[in-house]
Write a protein that binds this ligand. Structure first.
Ligand SMILES: *Cc1c(COP(=O)(O)O)cnc(C)c1O
Length: 379
């Protein structure tokens, strides 16, 4: 059972409930799965679309001391409310931006020799040995120091380490969601070899999937994101995390559609029987992806009114979805009633498998016009 923190205002058309107790339970589970390694929280992109300030506060209250964000703006958003936290910025060091990090006591994840040199020069100029992480590229080829750059730092440029405080050495796994993928072991070995060339510092390799790859991958700090929010960390395995998000939409109206009549854009769905169809106040602009439209001639993903399943029929449009409520008693499927379209029964993973995307994308696309409720569950 969810206890809602605030009453839902009458003008709310769709409501996203974020269960903070489940979030904290997921953090505790990941923390214990990581043995003695510290468990950080990855809260980039507005905490995967769920609200960076609220989620950082909830995680910090549970004991999470280290956060990873993508951008300086995200870091500044949470700094004031989390004065003691370690905040790492994954973007690295934007040219000329060093003072912004220092002003908010933020740690850049330095990703190239240029960035390391710029940070060292800034430390020199400001007369302080400031903290920074080194991001090593072990196979993703997006961000991170190459092997050649690490050799440069290990040899000719070793003096740079006197200028700044090496807070963390990290890398990122490309295939952690597929435990049997040979890339995992290859990246692990390369990470160990590259790290050995650098001064001793705490190390971090695992994202959510990496936590489940076992102790070899944990090092000193793990960096889960998606699993905190209830998304699947490993492909093709049961998801052990608690669900965190529920999306409900209001019924705007219920209408009769005769057998043979069609519903929605493109007339892609024809009723095969005389039906009752409810139009819900939620569409792709709210984050219910258009790819979740019912495939031509078939019902789509299933929402729920109470315990009654209600399949999506027809295309998802910008502001509206239509669901078949023919089998639901009329007093439950009525104007103003709530339909759960995402939650414990129809999960993020169910929807994104259907839509050909991943939980990360669904969460970060949840619309800003959806009313948000931060709730505590009693279990
Ligand atoms: C996003 C990200 C994470 C978290 O990944 P999940 O798969 O969501 O657990 C960890 N580390 C880095 C560098 C990232 O960019």
């Amino acid at each position: 059972m969810i206890r809602e923190a605030h009453a839902i205002p009458p003008d709310a058309r769709a409501v996203l409930t974020i269960d903070l107790s489940a979030l904290r339970a997921n953090w505790r589970a990941l923390n214990s799965a990581s043995g003695s390694a510290e468990c950080a929280g990855v809260i980039k992109a507005d905490a995967y679309g769920l609200g960076i300030e609220e989620l950082a506060r909830a995680l910090a209250a549970e004991g999470c001391r280290t956060f990873f964000v993508a951008t300086l703006t995200e870091a500044r958003t949470i700094r004031a409310a989390n004065p003691g936290a370690n905040i790492f910025v994954l973007d690295g060091l934007l040219p000329g931006a060093a003072p912004f990090y220092t002003g908010f006591d933020l740690c850049p994840c330095l990703s190239s020799l240029d960035e390391v040199r710029e940070w060292a020069a800034w430390c020199d100029a400001s007369g302080r040995r400031l903290r920074a992480a080194l991001h090593l590229d072990t196979g993703m080829h997006r961000l991170g120091l190459s092997r050649t750059e690490v050799e440069q730092l290990a040899g000719p440029d070793r003096g740079l380490f006197e200028k700044f405080d090496l807070a963390l050495v990290m890398s990122h796994l490309a295939c952690a969601d597929v435990p049997s993928h040979p890339m995992n072991r290859a990246q692990l070995e390369l990470f160990q070899a590259m790290r050995a060339r650098l001064p001793a510092a705490p190390a971090s390799l695992a994202n959510s999937g990496g936590v489940f790859l076992g102790p070899d991958y944990h090092f000193d700090l793990v960096r889960p994101g998606i699993a905190l929010y209830g998304g699947r960390a490993l492909e093709g395995r049961p998801n052990p995390m608690r669900w965190v998000v529920r999306l409900q939409a209001r019924i705007l109206q219920v209408r009769h559609v005769a057998a043979g009549e069609s519903i929605g854009y493109g007339a892609t769905f024809q009723a095969t029987r005389d039906s009752r169809v409810a139009t819900l106040a939620c569409g792709y602009a709210d984050g219910f992806l258009r790819a979740l439209s019912s495939p031509t001639g078939h019902p789509g993903p299933v929402g729920h009114i109470g315990t009654h399943p209600v399949p999506v029929v027809g295309r998802v449009s910008m502001d509206l979805i239509t669901v078949d409520v023919s089998d639901v008693p009329q007093r439950e499927a009525c104007r103003g009633a709530w339909v759960e379209v995402l939650g414990a029964r129809t999960t993020i993973d169910d929807l994104t498998d259907r839509a050909g995307t991943i939980g990360y994308e669904l969460l970060t696309r949840l619309g800003r016009r959806v009313h948000r409720v931060y709730a505590e569950s009693s279990s």
